[in-house]
Design a protein. Structure first.
Length: 407
């Protein structure tokens, strides 16, 4: 609330006080005058009755009856007069109160609207300069107050004419800087609908989705970046984000490809070059690890071959030698003819953050299940587990030769 509004409200309060005092004093004076006149009439009539009694016109009994009637009427008239006056005073005080409420509302609307209009005018004046700062990412970044003004000016413009892709993009950037991410996402969606090939929109939209998004939004970000690179194949920021999204999703070949191209385009003195090189090295290591495969040949002893149920399930899996019992990779298939050959890799991981490539040694097991579950149950058939060193291309043979129990 500004100083002018405070002073105006104070003036209204003083006006209310003056009106209340004026009407209160006035009503009190009127009330005193009417009561005095009534009393004077009462005294005058009482004297007349006494004179009539003295002149012999009234007997003692008649005098007493007349005085009682006079007293009763005097009391009744005074009570009615007081009620009327009190009601009049209430109305007199209520009137200025109503006036003050109306004046207060009108004052608030007038001064509040004036303040909002002044703020809006200031936002429109600052809009061109702030737009340049946001578009060019100048070092002298706008303050939060300037961004608030900028966002206000943009909202007014968008409400007036619906806006174009650039205006919606600017509003999205301002909302992002103000950490209003839902508004930013909605604004980027509007901008993308209006100008789906504008690089700034594609890049900003994708970056916001990467920073706050889940797996589904990462997929949308990857699509937007792909569209960006179709428009600008050598967009450095687009290549950098493409590599980051691919790495996050475990697509190491694409991450390596994007960051290798990025290094070719970046100047040698670019301060970001060392960070990109580190990310590329990490992605290459992950790519090598994810290429690790284990070929497992499963055979069965002659003694158990005839005991395999017709509807049995074969599980071949890898676990940590010392660690969680959860398999890092597993293949499940119906039992057919032996021997059976399977290939285990990160592609068969049960969890996205627990894979074969993260282990230095593999504990390899094979089991025939009678109830279609990987957990051991009585009657299952199993092979002796083997430990294998992790390698790019390893092989092992397991022989199912024993009946298992769940004890």
């Amino acid at each position: 609330m500004n100083l002018m509004l405070i002073l105006s409200m104070a003036a209204l309060a003083l006006l209310a006080l003056a009106l209340i005092l004026f009407f209160g004093v006035r009503q009190k004076a009127q009330r005193r005058t009417r009561l005095d006149v009534n009393r004077e009439l009462y005294e005058q009539r009482k004297q007349e009755l006494a004179q009539e009694h003295a002149d012999g016109l009234l007997t003692d009994k008649a005098l007493q009856a007349a005085e009682r009637e006079l007293d009763k009427r005097f009391v009744s008239e005074n009570a009615e007069l007081e009620q009327l006056e009190e009601h009049a005073i209430g109305r007199g005080i209520a009137l200025p109160a109503v006036i003050i409420v109306v004046l207060a509302v009108v004052g608030y609307v007038l001064f509040g609207s004036w303040q909002q209009q002044q703020h809006a005018d200031e936002a429109r004046r600052a809009l061109p300069e702030l737009a340049q700062q946001v578009l060019n990412n100048q070092q002298s970044a706008p303050t939060s107050e300037e961004l608030e003004l900028f966002a206000l000016g943009l909202r007014q413009r968008l409400q007036q004419d619906g806006g174009d892709g650039l205006t919606w993009m600017l509003y999205a950037r301002a909302a992002t800087a103000l950490q209003r991410y839902e508004q930013a996402l909605e604004a980027y969606a509007h901008a993308y609908k209006l100008e789906p090939t504008r690089p700034g929109i594609l890049l900003g939209y994708a970056q916001l989705l990467i920073n706050i998004g889940d797996e589904a939004q990462l997929q949308t970000a990857a699509r937007l970046l792909s569209e960006l690179l179709q428009v600008e194949p050598q967009n450095i920021d687009g290549l950098s984000l493409t590599g980051a999204v691919a790495y996050q999703r475990g697509d190491y070949p694409q991450a390596v490809q994007a960051w290798q191209l990025l290094l070719q385009l970046m100047p040698e003195d670019d301060a970001r070059r060392s960070a990109v090189q580190e990310a590329l090295s990490d992605a290459q290591q992950q790519l090598t690890a994810s290429a690790q495969q284990l070929r497992v040949t499963v055979e069965i002893s002659d003694a158990l071959r005839a005991q395999v149920p017709a509807d049995a399930t074969l599980f071949v899996f890898v676990k940590a030698v010392d660690g969680a019992p959860m398999p890092a990779a597993v293949v499940r298939q119906a039992v057919t003819e032996f021997p059976v050959e399977v290939v285990l890799s990160d592609a068969q991981a049960m969890l996205p953050d627990y894979k074969m490539s993260q282990l230095n040694q593999w504990l390899v097991e094979a089991r025939i299940s009678t109830d279609d579950r990987i957990e051991i149950a009585s009657g299952d058939l199993g092979a002796e587990a083997q430990i294998v060193d992790a390698a790019t291309d390893a092989e092992v043979t397991l022989v199912i030769a024993e009946k298992l129990t769940n004890e």
